[in-house]
Write a protein that binds this ligand. Structure first.
Ligand code: AR6
Length: 171
């Protein structure tokens, strides 16, 4: 059985232990997948985000925090902050890889065995789709090689361009 799966769809509908949110460092919600997750999951998610902000400030680029998934079918939402694309010389690839790695580490710490990711940074943050897919798939594959406890990682792509790019990289 392949541990890596690529599908097209809406991540708020996916039944896994944890879905990952492409958040911003304020953790206070936004547009894109972030808006969709908070809308579908309800106010419990924002409530926990506020507690995290009160405790540690926001969430830095490349880092991740975990909350309830509220009304979603998933158990948890892992919020990570992707890099804003700035031409490629500002450590965007390293920061994007950190998002995947840190989200997976946090998932494992919380006993999650099935995790779904959106294509972080490829919307509002403007990361070129093909380059983001290369970084995303490489980071997840590297993690899966080192870690036995994760059973399934799903890339949930919202549009054809991301779906094709991730499918190409996933092989
Ligand atoms: N399910 C899966 N993927 C989705 C969904 C969905 N329901 N909705 C959108 N996408 P974006 P970013 C895809 O902009 O680029 C927010 O305002 C979308 O097609 O959501 O990391 C945050 O608060 C795209 O491929 O996130 C931040 O301020 C991918 O998700 C900022 O946007 C990521 O697009 C983060 O920007």
């Amino acid at each position: 059985m392949k541990k890596l799966e690529v599908l097209k769809g809406d991540i708020t509908k996916i039944e896994v232990d944890a879905i990952v949110n492409a958040a911003n460092s304020s953790l206070m919600g936004g547009g894109g997948v972030d808006g969709a997750i908070h809308r579908a999951g309800g106010p419990a998610i924002l409530e926990e985000c506020r507690k995290i902000v009160a405790k540690q400030g926001g969430c830095k680029t490349g880092e991740a925090v975990i909350t309830t998934a509220g009304n979603l079918p998933a158990k948890f939402v892992i919020h990570t902050v992707g890099p804003v694309w700035n031409g490629g010389q500002k450590k965007e690839a390293e920061k994007l890889a950190n998002c995947y790695q840190n989200s997976l580490e946090l998932a494992v710490k919380n006993n999650c065995k099935t995790i779904a990711f959106p294509c972080i940074s490829t919307g509002v943050y403007g990361y070129p789709i093909a380059q983001a897919a290369e970084v995303a798939v490489a980071a997840v594959k590297a993690f899966l090689k080192e870690n036995e406890s994760v059973e399934k990682v799903k890339f949930v792509c919202f549009d054809d361009a991301n779906f094709e790019a991730i499918t190409f990289e996933a092989g």
